[in-house]
Each structure stands twice: as structure tokens, then as C-alpha cells.
Design a protein around this ligand. Structure first.
Ligand code: BYC
Length: 474
């Protein structure tokens, strides 16, 4: 169980290490000041029906109740230690997992932890204005739940930095509160975390696509030979599942509502659909194209010596590493990657070790396709002859082999001119964004009411009814 009488709730026996405890208690006010500045706008007096972790056991961790968000108990929770756990891949395979950071991997490991940690506050910053135009109290509560948990994920990485990386770690922890999403001088580290999330369609797409990158990266880090990192990522994954649910069900509900309105009024043309105050499926496809492409960039280059090093040294594994049947060393294995040659995309085999980013990206795309299929079933059931499709993985890429090439969603290699002429068909235009923004007028806060452009969910939170007062504004 987690001790909530402590100033910093934790299950790592923080009280026994006074120096560490003091260092984190010193960081805590800086974190709170960041939350007041960059956390959800105008939310500080609201009481929100949130779940809080009470135990790290899979079946009993959630407790629901009203919380003023600045009083949310952000803390440090690691999955319990398995004393027999080993390093399961790379050159140290078969040796006991590490409880301290091996000196030679210190800077590499720190970099991975900082990169992971940086995404968490970034997403809170990206979403901070969305509460002002929420489509319902239910949705408002969900975004706040996501935001407080991203805050906790930052705590998770900051604990590792403070506990295992000494002074450098403390400096990195401070810098995590200084960078800002989209800031020209001091931006967040990874590309997608500097893109704005200006409306709720973008928010649901982000939680469906980008939070799922979080899931896959955390799964790879949960395999780490550095046991405290593995254990903290395992617990973070239990929280991540709800974020992806918010994204998938949010997009589903928008699709559902659009299809209902299209059928009721027997309209098909996007302009007619828009005139009825719902989002046309074509615009949803363009949002999907955008969020998918910027998110798959987050997996890094197709061929990466960094990724090979992370793996060989036992720092970052593959998705479900221990379920894969091979030698877990990959010295001779190969993996297919794609590149542009002339005006064609060609496949080539490269050492599997260097292609680990690409492999994780492919695992991710497989899971994403399942979600898109579920969205299409809603459209199909409505009898509407439209299907959402994932673009080719070379489409609109800024990292890796496709960066600098103009690839259509179908995977054709285009000239720059041809791309420019057609990109508005494939990516959200200023007009698309302005239209979606035009629906984000004010917020819907009457219990049980939903904005016109989104269907209600099937059920409420924690078996509460849909007209429950999920947020009290005071
Ligand atoms: N934007 O060798 P390469 C989440 C840099 S999301 C900008 O291909 P590597 C969440 C790269 O850093 C999960 N720069 O990359 C979701 C490197 O820089 P240096 C976050 C990029 O190192 C929603 C250079 O390009 N967690 O949790 O193999 C809400 C060469 O790159 C980008 C992690 O990412 C980019 N997209 O792999 C809240 C896990 N991509 O060394 C939270 C930790 C690459 O030249 N991170 N670069 O300065 C990693 O494992 C690796 O850093 C990456 C990149 C997979 C991201």
C-alpha cells in the first residue's frame, strides 16, 4: 500500500533516505509552481472526481473521490521488486538486473529517462486550454485525470533522476520544469510535443496516437536491465491504459455523432455535414493523417546506432521482449526497413540491432490499425460508404529514411510541387482547423449534456451515471 500520510506519498521507503527526501521536497514547490502556471487553465479551485492510486497491486489500486487538483497526491510508486529478475537481453543477458546505475551507462540512461520525462509535462502544457471548451463534464473530468497522471509520470522520472544520478540528475529535474512545449528558445525535446493541441478532436487523436507511443516506449523501458526504471514503467503503464481509452472512445463518439447526423439529414458532402454542426469524416481523416505521421516520428530513425546501443547494453528492450522466441542478442538477425530510391520506395534488410526503432514502430502500427478498424465498424454499421485509412508510413515524415521526401498517403513518391498542390487534401488546412475551432465555443457543463458534435459515452466513470457532477466548479 501507499503511505498517504507522507508529504510525498511513496512506496519506496523515502523516509529512510533523508538526503533524497529533502532534495525531492525541494523540487516539489517548483513542480507546484509549474502546475499553477502550466497546468489546466482556471482549474485550481475545481473539485474533480478523480481516481488516485492507493496500491500498486493490479486489482486494487484505484480510489475515486473529489479532489482539488492542486491537492492531488502526486507521488512515487514502483511495482514491487522481483529479487530474481535478470537482464533479459543484450550482452549482459542472464546476469542479475541492476539496482544501481552501471557507471559506464550513466549518461545514456540519463538521456533516455530525461527524454521520457520531458514528454509528460509537455502534454499537460499542450492541453492546458482545452478545459475552457469541453464538450461535457464527463470529458472535462477525463482530461483532468489524464493531466494529473501525466504530472505523476513526471514525478516517476524525477525520482529516478534524483535517486540515481546525483547532481546531474537534480539539474535535469529542474530543466524538465523549465522547457516549454512550442517555445522557440527552450522547446520540449521531441517533435510531436511541440505541436499545439488546439481542439478536442486533436486531443482525442493525441491520446489515441501519441499516448500509445508512450505505451510502447514504456513497454520497451519496462524491459530494462536497470530494475528501478523497469518497475516504475510497469506501474506507469497501468495509468496509460485509461489515456488511450479516452482517445479511442472520444474519436469513436465524434464519428458516431457525425454518422447519426448524416443519416438523419441524408447528407454526404462535407460542407452539408459541417452546416449541421458536426465534423465531417474527411476532416477526421486529415487529423488522423497528421497525428499518425508526427507520432511515428517519435520512434526515431529507422536505422539507429543509439537504439542498437540501448539494446546491446541492456537498457531498453523490445516490445514484449521476454515473450519473443529468439536469442535476445540479435547478433546475426536482420529486419526489413524501407527507403526511397529514385522515385520508388524499396525494401531492404538491415541488421536487426540497428532497426529496433523501426521494429517498435511496426508493433505500434499493428495496434493502431486495430483501433482504426473499430472506428470503421461504426461507420460501416451506419451504412455510410466511407472508411478511415492509415497513411503509408513514409507519409509526412520528418525523422528517418523518409525525412525530406514527399510521399503521398498511398505511398507514391512525389515531386515537391505535386506534394504542395495536394497536401491540403491530406493534412488539416487552416480552414479545417478554423471549422473545428468554431465548434469549440464555450464549455458544456450542465450534468448529462453533451456538445452537438459528439455522442455521449456508453457509460459513466466508476459506474456513476452520465449526469453525475464529475466536476464541481465552486
Ligand atoms: N523529435 O538515433 P535516433 C509518452 C533525435 S511518449 C526530435 O533515430 P534514438 C507520452 C534523437 O533524440 C514516449 N528529435 O533516435 C505520450 C537523437 O538526438 P541526438 C516518450 C528526435 O535515440 C503522450 C537524434 O534525433 N518516450 O510517454 O534511437 C503524453 C537521432 O535519433 C526525434 C521515449 O521517447 C523526434 N521525434 O530514438 C505523455 C522513450 N526522434 O542524440 C507522454 C525514450 C529522434 O542526435 N526515448 N530524435 O541529440 C528514446 O528511447 C529515444 O530517445 C527515441 C529516439 C526513441 C525518442
Amino acid at each position: 500500500m501507499i503511505d498517504y500520510t507522507e508529504k510525498i506519498p511513496n512506496n519506496v521507503d523515502l523516509g529512510r533516505d533523508r538526503v533524497l527526501q529533502r532534495a525531492l521536497e525541494h523540487w516539489q514547490p517548483a513542480y507546484m509552481s509549474w502546475w499553477y502556471d502550466m497546468g489546466p487553465n482556471e482549474s485550481h479551485n475545481y473539485e474533480v472526481y478523480l481516481r488516485t492510486a492507493t496500491s500498486v497491486e493490479p486489482d486494487g489500486w484505484a480510489q475515486f473521490g473529489y479532489v482539488r487538483m492542486p491537492e492531488y497526491r502526486w507521488g512515487i510508486f514502483l511495482q514491487p521488486r522481483d529479487v530474481n529478475r535478470q537482464v533479459n537481453f543484450g550482452m549482459h543477458k542472464g546476469t542479475p538486473s541492476w539496482q544501481e546505475v552501471p557507471g559506464e551507462y550513466r549518461s545514456t540512461l540519463r538521456r533516455v529517462i530525461v527524454t521520457q520525462g520531458d514528454t509528460e509535462p509537455a502534454s499537460v502544457e499542450q492541453q492546458r486550454m482545452l478545459g475552457m471548451c469541453c464538450p461535457s463534464l464527463y470529458d472535462l473530468r477525463n482530461i483532468f485525470q489524464v493531466n494529473v497522471e501525466e504530472g505523476r509520470h513526471l514525478w516517476a522520472m524525477v525520482y529516478l533522476l534524483h535517486r540515481y544520478f546525483g547532481r546531474d540528475g537534480r539539474e535535469e529535474a529542474e530543466a524538465l520544469l523549465e522547457r516549454r512545449s512550442g517555445d522557440a528558445d527552450n522547446p520540449r525535446i521531441l517533435g510531436a510535443f511541440n505541436e499545439p493541441t488546439p481542439d478536442w478532436l486533436a486531443f482525442y487523436m493525441f491520446t489515441f496516437f501519441t499516448d500509445r507511443d508512450g505505451k510502447f516506449q514504456l513497454c520497451a523501458l519496462a524491459e530494462s536491465g536497470f530494475d528501478p526504471l523497469a518497475r516504475t514503467c510497469r506501474f506507469m503503464l497501468t495509468e496509460e491504459a485509461h489515456h488511450m481509452f479516452v482517445g479511442e472512445s472520444g474519436v469513436s463518439r465524434i464519428i458516431q455523432r457525425t454518422c447519426e447526423v448524416m443519416n438523419e439529414h441524408k447528407v454526404e458532402a462535407p460542407s452539408d455535414v459541417r452546416a449541421l454542426g458536426v465534423i465531417d469524416l474527411q476532416t477526421m481523416q486529415r487529423y488522423l493523417n497528421f497525428h499518425f505521421s508526427v507520432t511515428i516520428d517519435l520512434f526515431g530513425s529507422d536505422a539507429s546506432s543509439n537504439a542498437a546501443t540501448y539494446y546491446t547494453t541492456g537498457l531498453k528492450g523490445r516490445y514484449e521482449e521476454t515473450k519473443i522466441e529468439d536469442d535476445h542478442v540479435l547478433s546475426d538477425a536482420e529486419y526489413p526497413v524501407f527507403e526511397v530510391s529514385g522515385n520508388k520506395i524499396v525494401k531492404k534488410s538491415v541488421p536487426a540491432l540497428t532497426a529496433l526503432n523501426e521494429r517498435l514502430r511496426d508493433d505500434y502500427i499493428g495496434e493502431i490499425q486495430g483501433g482504426v478498424d473499430r472506428w470503421n465498424r461504426i461507420i460501416e454499421k451506419s451504412g455510410i460508404p466511407f472508411r478511415l485509412v492509415l497513411p503509408h508510413k513514409g507519409f509526412h515524415r520528418a525523422i528517418g529514411n523518409f525525412a525530406g521526401h514527399c510521399i503521398s498517403p498511398n505511398g507514391e513518391v512525389l515531386t515537391e510541387e505535386a506534394w504542395k498542390n495536394r497536401q491540403h487534401e491530406w493534412l488539416p488546412s487552416a480552414a479545417d482547423q478554423a471549422f473545428v475551432q468554431s465548434l469549440m465555443i464555450g464549455r458544456v457543463v450542465e450534468p448529462g449534456k453533451f456538445a452537438n458534435w459528439i455522442a455521449p459515452p456508453i457509460r459513466g466513470i466508476n459506474q456513476q451515471p452520465l449526469n453525475f457532477q464529475y466536476v464541481r466548479f465552486n
